[in-house]
Design a protein around this ligand. Sequence first.
Ligand code: MG
Length: 502
Amino acid sequence: MFTNPLIVKILDHYKKIWAIDTLKALSAWDLEVYMPENGAYFRGQAMGILGTMQQKLLLDNKFLTLIKKVQNDKLNIYEQAVVRNLNRVIEKNKKIPSKLLEEIEETTNQAQIEWRKARENNDFQQFAPHLKKIVKLLRQKTKLIGYKTHPYNVLLDDYEQGLTVEKLDIFFGEIEEPLKNLLQYVQRSSKHTEHHTLENLKYDKGKMRELNNKVLAYLRADKTRLRIDESTHPFTESISVDDVRITTRYTDTNFQNSLTSTIHEYGHALYELQINKDLTTTPLGGGVSLGVHESQSRFFENMIGRSKGFLNIFLQDIKALSPQIAKYVENEGIDGVYRYFNMVKPGLIRVEADEITYHLHIKLRYQIEKDLIEGNIQVKDLPAIWNETMENLLNIKPKSDTEGVLQDIHWSLGAIGYFPTYSIGTFNSGLIKYELEKSIGMLDNLIVNEQGIEKIQAFLKDKIHKHGSTYTPEQLLVDHFNSKFSTQYLINHLEEKYKKIY
Ligand code: MG
């Protein structure tokens, strides 16, 4: 894979940067899962220092000279990708003073803890000063890195190379109408209900844990390389190709949330677990972008986890969740459970949103982030702006900050520019499903067949996972599939599916 002697030297130096990355990832996982809340201050300092050590390693003069020199050599695609990926981060890092990096790290480590408390206390103003500082620091970053048309483009590019406000305005413009039309279709159907009995039934958390583990076993999860824990906001963290962590959450009711969270995160985890091991410790060793990453998680969550075949496999385990749930399932059978996992209604919480309204939640966040970074709106006004936009888009209004502006962890992480990748990723999953069915057969059959899951995972590995960051996100999708990105694949999938249910 890597034979050029200069590249070998470059990768040898890069290994130090990678080593710090693995510990930063472990620390991020620990912060969400185990760290006592007062640990944030010194943890933030330590992470800030590790970040600046990485930056020093990245901007090391000898290292930069090697990279410049190797560009005259004839390189294979992996070697070219190493140079391309390194140049991308080096150019950004050259423009950001280490002081700012440290400050971002310290601020966000503290902000995560403050967000959690504010969310528990239903008090946005408790979190507001921290968010205000994050926005200030990120605005500073956009100025330092520089942009042609919009400062938000700088942040978008961190999560999805080449993604811009210009592209997203077109994207959201294109999807809003068909989604709203489909929502209207569903709401007018005689089969549509605002509530589902299963939503409010309590479940046994121990049994739910068992179910989550059974689902992971069905998905062929390798527990020697993957573990599952609990956190406020489910997430995936890859420590290395042989050590990937996912989390899920348990609430009192609405058990589908725990199940779909587990499957969603498993989709992320599988991507990281199936990357070619020879790429580990190199700049090609991780998933290429969030838009591609979310295509994997949303594919597993929606296309597999919400399918009738999949739910039918676990019907007995669902019955075991509580006597009330068992009684419901005995009366209504798989159709009732299937409707529960695919009920459509405008709700307040993004992670609980159905496949149709989900993207309107993302549009709300996109608009707010764009305006915040542009300086058009102030942090202190966010609850009011949130609630008003929510009413415009989904015709419902949150009664509290916890179920409104405080619901997501992302801003406390400094992850502004992240949300749009959820929608882009989901629409990518429409393309992936289309190509997968063309190549290995109908998904509904694969889900219930003995070797089906293996076939799905092998397909994803071959087309996407194993390549790590060898290709740009666009190259990866264009070169490995016969079709180009289009919003039509997912719209077709949704229309076909929901016109069958409703
Ligand atoms: Mg995700």
